[in-house]
Design a protein around this ligand. Structure first.
Ligand code: ADP
Length: 289
């Protein structure tokens, strides 16, 4: 990594860096664990090609999640356009009740509610912009927020990127006309959401409990967060059972789940292309009578 970054860290934190170890595993960024002259460790993410506000948005998301005091979140320490230095989460093996505790903690995160849908700033979902600044109706109406800021926003990106076609257009038009029926029975509560929780976005901390990383935070309907956990799998039935015990979902979640998966699948089509086209179509068809 650039020695400028190390010098900045040393001068801001008033420490000397003793060692730097590269860690793999990230999708987008470079990652290193830094040890200072007091033996403290830090986790450093760098990316010279990321949008200049990306690490600020990630840090603001982590800080928002910390407010809920529901689940372990690494604390941001120093942020700049080129890097994010945060608390290093030392890992150990999963505790005996890992899944149960994780499900409960995730439910407690969702009990932390905001006043309106969205967030005080736009951020990113992966490297795609995610729109959170809502108009006066979207702020109080989840269905409007979700249709405009999530589904139609990704659809417009598909159009611009040339991934859309008549099948997608017809499916989206059906969703637009029927969104009130599809999302009927939804809570209208702005829960604090991680926003991008798949199995690569949690790690196990030194107590053997879950710690969330890499969020795409906003206040929204918690079913959107749960649907994301289902998209690629990796969460156990115990996780969902204890979530449900702590904070039961309203009836009809199973029917609504696919429309929440749709946002992420369209985002994947936008980011990675072709392979996600058929999944987009099948999620759209799920709702067409
Ligand atoms: P990317 O943004 O490139 O996807 P991640 O934030 O997912 O990077 O981090 C990459 C990997 O580094 C994770 O899979 C995880 O194993 C590890 N990691 C992330 N954040 C921390 C942290 N604060 N402390 C320790 N390890 C971390």
């Amino acid at each position: 990594m650039s020695s400028k970054i190390y010098s900045l860290i040393e001068s801001e934190l008033k420490v000397k860096i003793n060692s730097v170890r590269s860690v793999g595993g990230g999708c987008i960024n470079n990652a290193e664990i830094i040890t200072d002259n007091f033996g403290n460790t830090y986790f450093l993410k760098t990316n010279i090609n990321s949008p200049p506000d990306m690490f600020f948005k990630e840090a603001n998301g982590l800080n928002e999640l910390i407010k809920a005091s529901a689940i372990r979140i690494p604390k941001p320490i120093l942020i700049n356009e080129k890097f994010l230095l945060m608390e290093n989460i030392k890992s150990s093996s999963k505790s005996k009740n890992f899944d149960e505790n994780f499900g409960r903690a995730f439910a407690r995160l969702h009990k932390y509610a905001g006043k309106e849908f969205g967030f005080y700033e736009d951020n990113y979902i992966g490297s795609t912009p995610q729109k959170n600044i809502s108009d006066s109706e979207e702020k109080i109406d989840w269905i409007k927020f979700y249709l405009n800021k999530r589904i139609l926003f990704q659809f417009n990106l598909l159009e611009k990127a040339g991934y859309s076609d008549d099948k997608i257009r017809k499916g989206i038009s059906y969703i637009e006309d029927n969104i009130e029926n599809i999302l009927e029975g939804s809570e209208n509560i702005p829960s604090l959401l991680h926003g991008d929780l798949w199995s690569g976005n949690y790690i196990t901390d030194d107590r053997g409990e879950a710690c969330l990383i890499d969020p795409a935070v906003y206040y929204g309907n918690r079913e959107a967060d749960l649907a994301m956990t289902k998209l690629f799998g990796g969460f156990s039935s115990t996780f969902y059972k204890s979530y449900q015990e702590e904070f039961p979902l309203p009836d009809g979640y199973d029917y609504r789940e696919n429309i929440y998966k749709l946002y992420h699948v369209m985002n994947h089509l936008n980011l990675f292309g072709g392979g996600y086209y058929h999944q987009t179509i099948s999620l759209l068809n799920f709702y067409r009578k």
